[in-house]
Design a protein around this ligand. Structure first.
Ligand SMILES: C[S@@+](CC[C@H](N)C(=O)[O-])C[C@H]1O[C@@H](n2cnc3c(N)ncnc32)[C@H](O)[C@@H]1O
Length: 244
């Protein structure tokens, strides 16, 4: 059983699965935070786990950016969408670019950190790429407290002759589990041709207080902002940290 196919052999589905324009409202919130915390000028942003660069594509209007992802296929998508951004293949837990930025963004890619140690490693990477006073933005999709338990999320994207249906099956949790193993089924219809693919994703799930503690221990003054969440209640969490 192959994992995370959406970021590898099925990466061509990503722009259909979650198109760039759906990130516009969220990006506006990020831009407002960047303006209010760092001032109105053009700043440098490092995006760790850039994926297709959909969120980032709205930020480069006002800022310069560098991006990292562990998947060559996702980097290829982001390169196409964000030609002005420098892209690097690497793991957010260990990459060192020997450059410092005004802000480090770890959007939903942070969900792929499965242990507290992995989160600490990603935060250490963020810290290593910031000056004191630098800004950290981290956006896990769920907290232990907000995870709704066993359910299936369905969505449908229509692009004329092409449609994509997604069903994501999420499990109940065992008492002390910090991981969620979900199964995606993608149904792609192109004209008369229908393709069905299965994909398995493993993501981390931690209490709010664990996040706050880990971000503080990494040297940041942190606040948790509630931003509008998606239809199914995921997303909507944004940690804003300032490196002390
Ligand atoms: C949901 S996608 C990100 C989508 C992105 N927010 C966008 O706007 O297009 C998650 C990404 O995290 C990347 N990822 C997972 N683990 C990673 C790691 N350890 N280091 C860097 N990237 C990682 C995956 O390859 C994938 O591209």
């Amino acid at each position: 059983m192959k994992h995370h196919r959406l970021y590898h052999d099925l990466a061509h589905l990503w722009p259909l699965f979650s198109p760039p324009e759906e990130y516009a409202d969220e990006a506006e919130i990020y831009l407002e935070i960047l303006r209010s915390k760092l001032g109105p000028s053009r700043h440098s942003i490092l995006d760790l786990g850039v994926g297709g660069g959909h969120l980032l594509s709205h930020l480069t209007v006002e800022h310069d950016a560098t991006a990292v992802d562990i998947s060559e296929e996702m980097l290829a998508l982001s390169r196409r969408l964000n030609p002005t951004v420098q892209h690097h293949l690497g793991d957010m837990r260990s990459i060192r670019l020997n450059t410092r930025f005004d802000a480090v963004l770890i959007h939903d890619a942070i969900d792929y950190m499965l242990t507290e140690d992995a989160i600490v490693q990603a935060l250490t990477t963020a810290r290593a790429h910031l000056q004191p006073g630098g800004l950290l933005l981290v956006a896990p999709d769920w907290f232990r407290e907000t995870y709704p338990g066993k359910h299936t999320m369905h969505w449908h994207q229509d692009y004329g002759d092409i449609t994509l249906d997604v069903a994501e099956h999420l499990p109940d949790l065992t008492h002390d589990s910090t991981i969620v193993q979900s199964i995606f089924v993608y149904t792609l219809r192109q004209g008369e041709r229908i393709t069905i693919e299965e994909d398995h994703h493993t993501t981390g799930l931690f209490p709010r207080d664990t996040w706050l503690r880990l971000i503080r221990d990494a040297g940041f003054e942190v606040e948790l902002l509630e931003v509008p969440s998606s239809e199914y209640g995921y997303g909507g969490n944004l940690f804003v940290g300032v490196l002390a």
